[in-house]
Ligand binder design. Structure first.
Ligand code: FA5
Length: 339
């Protein structure tokens, strides 16, 4: 029986069963404990011998169990190590890399272009004072042209800027003309209570530009706008200037670019005009210069505000501006710089 039990111990395949067997053999109800308990019924002279024998058997079984337990533990560890073995020769998994948003890519391109022409790039607050967004842009309170830009007001005097034009007033106020002309662009996010549709979003981007010096003309404006259009889109697209109205420029124009969707034939995207409006511009109004403390008799120049969202639509043939704001990775990764 002793040998048989030892063999049983060796045959146990896992630690759990081994523990069960240990309880069965050596536990309170096990044969050894029972035998030792029964010893008191034996004649006194046989007790020591029997006790000794029972203890030997117990120690042997105990020893066998421990030896098996060590073996099983070692097996388990070996198996685990085999499973977790790292194959250093396997090719690595590529790590997905982020990238600038497609609109940011367009803004970066525009910035590079203007930096190359000696402009400085400045950014301003999105939560803006009425004073800069409207009043200093020649739009006093109750001016009817405020309706052109439906506004999210925070208080009576604080609002979400509806345009990047307040950066004109902010930089004109600070610029020291004795040190040279002002040439600045200012990219950023603007907000309007516009109803979202394929070409309008209530939150979109603008890049403001302003050049003020002594002899700036409308021809400089036109040349600059044509240059941006051709640099960004190549010669596939035409640009046209249309007379327009902005309270802060006089004269004012709007620039349209050939509709990317129909190539100028007319479709729903361009409301059957063949053109998509991409920017507003004009010669800075003397009132704007004077309010910012610049002598309008001596200095003058042009300003423009373009919409990079519309540029991105044109450049990549995206037919709905809302795609840019839904953050669907499948859409956005199409514009990966890596291609
Ligand atoms: C303005 O915001 C003027 N501040 C632009 C300006 C600057 C004129 C300097 C003169 C001198 P306008 O509201 O037209 O103008 O907007 C300018 C451009 O922003 C538009 O040509 C268009 O490209 C873009 N835009 C306007 N509204 C939206 C809209 N809801 N969603 C997307 N793009 C828009």
């Amino acid at each position: 029986i002793r040998q048989q039990r030892k063999q049983d111990i060796k045959d146990v395949g896992d630690l759990k069963n081994l523990d069960a067997l240990r309880v069965e053999l050596l536990g309170k109800k096990g044969p050894i404990t029972q035998a030792l308990r029964g010893m008191r019924d034996l004649p006194a002279d046989q007790r020591p011998k029997f006790g000794q024998f029972a203890n030997t058997v117990r120690d042997e079984l105990q020893g066998a169990i421990e030896a098996r337990r060590d073996e099983l533990k070692k097996d388990r560890l070996n198996k685990q190590l085999a499973n977790e073995k790292i194959d250093v020769t396997l090719p690595g998994k590529p790590v997905a890399q982020g990238q600038p948003h497609v609109i940011q890519q367009i803004i970066d391109q525009i910035e590079d272009l203007f930096i190359g022409m000696g402009y400085q790039v400045l950014t301003g607050p999105e939560v803006e004072e009425d004073k800069y967004n409207f009043e200093m842009m020649n739009l006093p309170k109750d001016h009817p042209a405020r309706d052109m830009q439906d506004t999210f007001y925070i208080t009576k005097d604080i609002l979400m800027r509806t345009q990047t034009s307040p950066m004109q007033a902010r930089t004109l106020e600070k610029h020291d003309f004795s040190k040279g002309p002002l040439k600045m662009i200012s990219p950023g996010v603007v907000y309007r209570r516009d109803t979202d549709d394929p070409t309008h979003s209530h939150q979109f981007h603008q890049v403001e530009g302003i050049v003020i010096d002594k002899h700036i003309t409308m021809a400089d404006l036109k040349g600059t706008l044509e240059l941006i259009a051709h640099e960004l889109f190549g010669n596939r697209f035409d640009i046209r200037l249309r007379p327009s109205y902005f309270p802060f420029t006089e004269p004012s124009v709007e620039a349209d670019i050939t509709c990317f969707n129909c190539g100028g034939k007319g479709c729903a995207v361009c409301k059957y005009t063949g053109w998509i409006e991409v920017l507003g511009a004009g010669m800075v109004h003397p009132n704007v210069l004077e309010m910012a403390g610049v002598d309008s008799e001596v200095y003058g120049g042009f300003a423009f505000g373009l919409g990079p969202d519309r540029f991105a639509m044109l450049k990549y043939g995206v037919d709905d501006i809302r795609n840019f704001y839904l953050n669907d990775v499948r859409f956005l990764t199409q514009f990966s710089k890596k291609g």
